[in-house]
Design a protein around this ligand. Sequence first.
Ligand SMILES: Cc1cc2nc3c(=O)[nH]c(=O)nc-3n(C[C@H](O)[C@H](O)[C@H](O)COP(=O)(O)O)c2cc1C
Length: 160
Amino acid sequence: MKKIKQDGSKRILVAFYSRDGHTKRAAEMIADALNADVDKIEDKKPRGGIIGFLISGYDATLEKITDIDFSKNPADYDVVILGGPVWNGRVSPAVRTYLLKNRDSIKKAAFFATYAGRKGKCLSQMREIYNGEVVAEEIILRNRIEKEIKQFIEKLESII
Ligand SMILES: Cc1cc2nc3c(=O)[nH]c(=O)nc-3n(C[C@H](O)[C@H](O)[C@H](O)COP(=O)(O)O)c2cc1C
């Protein structure tokens, strides 16, 4: 992927939650292209297997928060690019919790989500929870990540 001429004057963080690896792949591609730091958000609630899948959808629908771990301080960055999966057409509890914890220290945000075919209202929920300046957003089909990430990176490139 083409590298942009990010001269390091802007500090950029790509923070992501990923249960099954799609959002992780997208996040790493964005971070690589923009020369950004990456932070993995961990959800401490077990979400594996079919039971985990069902509980996860239920938790997203009920707009639950969860116990999360992450290591980078978003306040140290000029822009935070935050991504996660679409769950039952909604934002995942881990991304919801991350936004609620950090919304006051995120200066500028960009949002992305990966999905399988039904977009729902994940991105608008993220915007609503954050309630600050969102410079770009993209919803990315999980089996077209390579193709669809390009337009998001180009958008970010023109802004950051
Ligand atoms: C609990 C759960 C609910 C999901 N609900 C939706 C949905 O409503 N719409 C959709 O398009 N994909 C849905 N998916 C699929 C994920 O959004 C998609 O696989 C996404 O890329 C997963 O990201 P990840 O691999 O980073 O976890 C759901 C997946 C899970 C685990």
